[in-house]
Design a protein around this ligand. Structure first.
Ligand code: PLP
Length: 285
């Protein structure tokens, strides 16, 4: 696989980053995951805008323009022959050559930028979406700026391990009795045809897929309510699902061992997945 690091396209085994990189030492970095359908980028603009916001919130400089970023994404897709899959992009505050909590001077320390592709043939046709997945609930003990897409992913990673040990597929995070989001996705329930998902704030990541799915739902005259819900309410809902750039719309059929609705993926999630994939294929660049 050809990867990109700081201006160069290299075979992955030749790509190197300093041991003093603040991404490595302090999780001082941000990332984006953009999906690829039919060899094209889904919602590139949305991801580029969120990246810019994440960088701004952390007082980090962008290493290149959005236009250049698009070119790098396209070049990697082409070089690696990706038809379906993902592109991972990470920008860290770079390597000041020593360990120090204080941010280095951006005039003397350039950010580190790395991109690589993940080839996932059959991503859109994922059979798991026809069965749905199970989640457990765990306490949300992450920091208070979950709206910034940082590479501090230890707790989400632990959450996925807790789910695995409990025989489930993933975890939903709960704070003050209400679901915030999934370990790596936004959470929804459906009641009486109404789509319910937590409102945007610093408590959750502002999902690019969330924005698109809510827009498509409203355009299709489906009712949307942005508010918090509890695990109990989700267990008693007609349907549950999550969204993310890499899983699109994924039905959740079991929460803490209790079946949601019929225990099978419901019609609203199935329809939203179809609309999302159709529209994304049309607008991918
Ligand atoms: N919430 C969290 C915590 C995430 O890590 C992600 C994606 O990685 C999402 C939500 C979904 O965001 P997006 O739809 O932009 O992939």
């Amino acid at each position: 696989r050809t990867v990109y690091v700081n201006g160069e396209y290299l075979p992955e085994e030749e790509a190197k980053v300093s041991i003093f990189d603040r991404g490595f030492l302090m999780a001082d970095g941000v990332y984006e995951v953009t999906s690829v359908l039919d060899g094209k980028l889904v919602d590139f603009e949305g991801h580029a805008k969120r990246l810019e916001r994440s960088l701004g919130e952390l007082e980090m400089k962008a290493p290149c323009t959005t236009g250049e970023l698009l070119e790098i994404h396209r070049e990697l897709v082409a070089r690696n022959g990706i038809e379906e899959g993902m592109i991972y992009l990470q920008i860290t505050r770079g390597s000041p050559g020593d360990r120090d909590f204080v941010f280095p001077d951006p005039e003397t320390t350039a950010p580190t930028i790395v991109l690589f592709t993940q080839n996932k043939p059959g991503l859109a046709d994922n059979p798991v979406a026809k069965q749905g997945i199970s989640v457990i609930s765990i306490e949300d003990i992450r920091w208070g700026r979950r709206d910034i897409k940082t590479v501090q992913l230890l707790y989400p990673s632990m959450g996925k391990m807790m789910a695995k040990k409990a025989g489930a597929d993933d975890a939903w995070l709960v704070e003050d009795g209400k679901v915030t989001e999934g370990t790596s996705n936004n959470a929804y329930i459906v009641k009486g045809g109404k789509i319910i998902t937590r409102a945007l704030s610093n408590d959750i990541l502002h999902g690019i897929t969330r924005a698109a799915v809510l827009r498509f739902a409203r355009e299709a005259q489906m009712e949307v309510e942005e508010r918090s819900f509890s695990i109990e309410e989700a267990q008693g809902a007609d349907e549950a699902f999550f969204t993310s750039a890499s899983a699109f719309v994924m039905p959740v059929v079991k929460i803490d061992g209790a079946e949601v609705g019929t225990g099978k993926p419901g019609p609203v999630a199935a329809r939203l997945r179809e609309i999302y994939l159709d529209e994304s294929r049309k607008t991918a660049i």
